[in-house]
Design a protein around this ligand. Structure first.
Ligand code: EPU
Length: 338
């Protein structure tokens, strides 16, 4: 089924809470519908920009969108293969990511629990390579099914072709705009294997049995305590990516800031939490216009009410400039500016 709307409010489709409109908004419930509507656009020689969105949890609109927003309502969570150790689960791009995690936890499938409560949908998980608490979705994904925009062909892309890296994939870079993801297949474990060594996850679990549900609940509690609920205050989670810097630069900074947190990347590189640097610059809790820096996690920019995309972008620019001046490091938005 295809639902099409014109002059459509995107307020329920962007967690930043920007009150903007799309000239056209189309939702489809199957892969065949998507292929048909792409065929139709080619037949009509439609030239307006296309913007496929998921849950709108990583978008910042600077104003109304003059093109067509496409939203997948393709559902389904199905086991497509199984052996003694693993289960391969194919999920529709329009499934809410956290519903998928809840399903994995309730079915006793291991691997997605650390990624609990991340806003967004299954299709976007494969674009953004979502990650939290030491887990990244790239380690679960085996295959991405997509439709090529220029041909309406269905393609099956293996995980090793997706060029996954920290918050990166080929869908954000070389293949940006080329495919629309319809299904993602994840491989999950059938026997207990937990990764709880990140940050305070282990402490949060102290005194509790280690199960899929307790890990999921611990992750939810930590997220709830640090990250603002987009239903109450517009935000898009981490606004910036954590920068990866040369080890020599890191060593210079560490001499100045011995308590600086960091994550090892490889022999030559170290990742530094952007939230810590923004916090050090004194931005935590501050505002510029109606946009602000969250008071419990400086990596998150918030809409304090009625902020425009331009106000948030101005705040982001000011924060980036201060981090650059103090630490000599460029930080880049994880959020996509539209
Ligand atoms: N920190 C501060 N002040 C702050 C924020 C952080 O000092 O205001 C310090 C913390 O104390 C800690 C370090 O910086 O030592 C890292 O903080 P945190 O564990 O909160 O994680 P993060 O690196 O800031 C990343 C992800 C989050 C994810 C968490 C937990 C990115 C861009 N962000 O944040 O992802 O939930 O780790 O795994 O990698 C998201 O993508 O929307 C998101 C929330």
């Amino acid at each position: 089924m295809i639902h099409q709307y014109t002059d459509y409010s995107l307020l329920p489709h962007n967690t930043f809470g920007m009150d903007v409109k799309a000239a056209s908004f189309i939702e489809y419930t199957s892969e065949d519908d998507l292929r048909r509507l792409l065929d139709e656009r080619r037949r009509m020689q439609a030239a307006d920009p296309l913007l496929p969105i998921g849950g709108g949890s990583n978008l910042l609109f600077s104003g109304d969108f003059c093109g067509t927003v496409l939203h997948s309502a393709i559902r389904g969570i199905d086991v497509v293969r199984e052996d003694d150790r693993f289960v391969w689960v194919k999920a529709g791009a329009g499934e809410v990511w956290d519903d998928f995690v809840a399903c994995c936890v309730s079915r006793g499938w291991y691997g997605a629990e650390n990624l609990s409560a991340i806003p967004g949908e299954v299709g976007a998980s494969a674009v953004q390579n979502i990650g939290a608490y030491g887990a990244e979705v790239k380690d679960l994904i085996t295959e991405v099914e997509a439709v090529e925009v220029s041909t309406s062909e269905v393609v099956h892309i293996q995980a090793d072709e997706c060029r996954y890296a920290y918050r990166q994939s080929i869908f954000k870079n070389d293949w940006k705009g080329r495919f629309i993801i319809t299904y993602v297949t994840y491989r999950l474990g059938k026997s207990p294997e937990f990764h709880i060594d990140y940050g305070n996850l282990c402490a949060e679990l102290e005194g509790k049995p280690l199960t899929l549900s307790t890990v999921r609940e611990a992750v939810r509690r930590i997220r709830d305590s640090k990250l603002p609920d987009p239903r109450k205050q517009g935000n898009a989670g981490s606004f910036f990516m954590n920068p990866v810097v040369e080890r020599s630069h890191f060593e210079q900074l560490r001499a100045l800031y011995p308590s600086m947190p960091f994550y090892e990347v490889d022999a030559a590189h170290v990742k530094i939490p952007a939230g810590w640097m923004i916090d050090q610059c004194g931005w935590k809790g501050r505002s510029l216009g109606r946009a602000g820096v969250h008071d419990k996690q400086a990596l998150v920019l918030v809409n304090r009410g009625g902020a425009t995309g331009a106000e948030v972008m101005a705040l982001a620019k000011a924060v980036q400039a201060d981090v650059k001046a103090r630490f000599g490091i460029d930080i880049h938005p994880e959020v996509n500016y539209i």
